[in-house]
Design a protein around this ligand. Structure first.
Ligand SMILES: C[S@@+](CC[C@H](N)C(=O)[O-])C[C@H]1O[C@@H](n2cnc3c(N)ncnc32)[C@H](O)[C@@H]1O
Length: 371
């Protein structure tokens, strides 16, 4: 029941009691909405409802929305080490009449470990700042072929503003670049893939995106070591006029330019998964109607960008440099394709273009179209 020290809010299908001392971020609503079609399609793939862990649950809004909106969850298991959060989750599961749940109050690593390996089909890690303390355990405890969903909000580190912090938490050297949001995502993915490798597992991205103030990745984790994706981990070398991508095992360190990595240089998304979510239009299950079209738009771009180079060019910046007004992005893409290059939009920014053309050739295209 609401009182002076707490509010009650509605997000999607969930009614949430929110005491002042329990965390809730309205800005993360879209991140919760995006997970709904992913969970539904994963349950279709598995042919059964899922067992889901909301390992850092705060008010429980995330897990409650997943349960109510996806209708694809067999059991939702909440955990938060804060006693206030623990009590609030209980109030909220009762308020929302969730039938099948458990609630724990442990450190997230302890929770996942004692609950057991191989139980959860989907583990959600949504911490304050960096997920690095929880990645190893999430990857260890997910059931074979399950999905780990991980949020990171420590963007000053991931985007290379604090290279030492990035190195300490994610084990790579990154500097601020013109496509630092993509670097952030790729650094996070590589971290999960390596954690899986240490445990004789293979992790591969299903969906990865950057939105507002966070990076969010969904990776499928399965047992194995022979098909570890060595060629999808490498370095990006940024020189004044060109960007090179070099696989880790082919990198001899003798290069000119700024080197960032090692990073994930493979696909950001599983195109089959993305296509199936789009074909089934699973966005209509998202309880926040406003988020449906935004999610659908993102998925469409995922399908365009998934096998593009691991960086993008900012068209506005390039046009400013050569003092022309930017031509429409679609015209640039068509022109590049007509010249035999791969080219696509990217979800990172509406001003971005992914292409395998050199920056000189792209500048020629811009000059040509901008005339
Ligand atoms: C960013 S909030 C979670 C937000 C929530 N997932 C949502 O979508 O609204 C992080 C939560 O993690 C809890 N927490 C922090 N460190 C933890 C740890 N080591 N183990 C478990 N819970 C932790 C905090 O009490 C806080 O409620």
């Amino acid at each position: 029941m609401a009182n002076k020290s707490q509010d009650t809010i509605q997000e999607g299908k969930a009614k949430i009691i929110l005491p002042k001392n329990v965390f809730y971020n309205k800005m993360a609503r879209f991140s919760r909405s995006m997970a709904i079609p992913i969970i539904i399609y994963e349950s279709i793939l598995r042919g059964k409802p899922l067992v889901v862990a909301d390992a850092l649950a705060a008010s429980g809004v995330r897990g409650i929305r997943y349960y109510l909106e996806s209708e694809a969850i067999d059991k939702i298991v909440f955990n938060d080490k804060s006693y206030s959060a623990y009590k609030t989750i209980y109030q909220n599961v009762c308020l929302n009449e969730i039938d099948s749940y458990e609630i724990f109050r442990f450190d997230a690593n302890t929770f996942l470990s004692i609950y057991g390996e191989g139980v959860f089909d989907f583990i959600d890690i949504d911490p304050f700042g960096s997920p690095s303390p929880f990645i190893e355990t999430a990857v260890r405890c997910i059931r074979n072929e399950g999905i780990v969903a991980i949020t990171a909000t420590d963007l000053t580190a991931l985007c290379g503003l604090y290279p030492r912090s990035a190195f300490r938490k994610y084990g790579a050297v990154v500097y601020k670049t013109g496509f630092c949001h993509e670097i952030a995502l790729r650094l996070l993915i590589r971290n999960v893939v390596e954690a899986a490798g240490r445990q004789f597992k293979i992790a591969s991205p299903v969906i990865s995106y950057f939105s507002e103030q966070y990076a969010r990745v969904y990776l499928r984790v399965r047992r194995g070591k022979l098909s570890f994706p060595y060629d999808a981990i490498g370095y990006i070398v940024i020189d004044e006029n060109k960007i090179d991508v070099i696989e880790a095992f082919k990198f001899d360190g003798v290069v000119e330019g700024t080197v960032v990595g090692p990073l994930w240089i493979g696909p950001l998304h599983d195109p089959k998964f993305v296509k199936n979510v789009l074909e089934r239009n699973l966005f209509n299950y998202i309880g926040e109607t406003e988020d449906r079209s935004r999610a659908a738009k993102l998925f469409k771009i995922f399908l365009e960008e998934w096998n593009m180079p691991p960086y993008f060019y900012n068209i506005h910046k390039m046009c400013k440099k050569i003092e022309i007004s930017p031509p429409p992005v679609n015209d640039i893409i068509e022109k590049l394709k007509s010249l035999g290059y791969k080219a696509s939009r990217t979800h990172f920014t509406g001003y971005g273009i992914k292409t395998d053309s050199s920056s000189e050739d792209l500048l020629d295209v811009l000059r040509d179209l901008g005339r």
